[in-house]
Design a protein around this ligand. Sequence first.
Ligand code: FEO
Length: 397
Amino acid sequence: MIQAEIKKNIFWVGVVDWNIRYFHGPMYTTHRGTTYNSYLLLDEQPTLVDTVFTPFSEDLLNNIRAVIDPKQLKYIVVNHVEMDHSGALPAVMEAAPQATILCSEKAAPSIDKHFSSSWKKQIMKSGDTVSIGKRTLAFVEAPMLHWPDSMFTYIPEEKLLLPNDAFGQHIASSARFDDEVDMTEVMQEAKKYYANILLPFSSLVLKKIEEVVEMGIEIDMIAPSHGIIWRNDPGKIINAYVEWAKGTNKNKATVVYDTMWDSTDKMAHAIASGLVEGGMEVKIFRMSVSDRNDVIAEVMDSELLVVGSPTINREFIPALSAFLDDLMGLKPKNKRAALFGSSGWSRGATKQMDERVKKAGFTLHDETMEVYWVPGEEELQQCSEFGKKLAAGANIE
Ligand code: FEO
């Protein structure tokens, strides 16, 4: 990939990973691939901000070499030690042993343990600055956005924010900027990223955005370490983060279920028709054929989650386990939930789901919709009425 000059003498020297489909091991699906964005600042003290994932180390070095000899690098900023951004550090430090790493206090021991304790390092705290010539690197610690070591780098002379993972999206693209791509895709990936990774830290996201606003930082470009660079409308992603962090809901219900012999499937669709009649937007997912991360992105802006399962071994169906477990960790705010399912020889699915949904922080509707074996016409009508009743309780201003 040819390096791009994102501002005068500031180069994108990252790589595009077109083929990655799983990230964080099996935790996160990347249907559209990703990029690992690394930035080279040409100044009196040439500086590299973030590296790339380990297998692309040589590509990064070639991209740097197309601009300068790595031996000229004075600083390497490590905004975050996770391997997708620091995996190429050993290769870069071998090519630029004279460079000093700038990182947060939490990042330093992590660099030592992952790689080497022999490299020169300087710890940066919020408010610290380093002059690199005509420009200044200003640092803002951003713990838990999304790791304890995370840090933003800001270049005031350029009004440029380099926030690492924050405001990023997993999307491979030959284009670099928001005015060159389909923004529907970009926002979908940004939302999925927030829902699956940043959601538990929403209060910290809001605080960090407030802190940056109070500091009077002017931003005309946000260059994250994944995906598209926000040069046309950086406010778009900041505003979206504020809404997601506040837990703003649409008048929308997400129905998530699985089924053995279609009884719970029939119930899901009857409940959904009642929700639609009641005026709600509805998304329906049979979990065994759906992507968990995509479903969680839909849950994030839904006011209501409706979960259904048949009973098997007095439990809910295993196809729902990872989804419910994930929700317990992510804890979305300001949401209602309701449960349904069919059972035959024994009952228990809704009771077992009840515990998990409450633990995930949802306000659980008192009434559950349960049928014995197969729902008949009358019971399907009751499911539809149940949906209407749930829609009537929507808590949307
Ligand atoms: Fe937290 Fe993109 O790594």
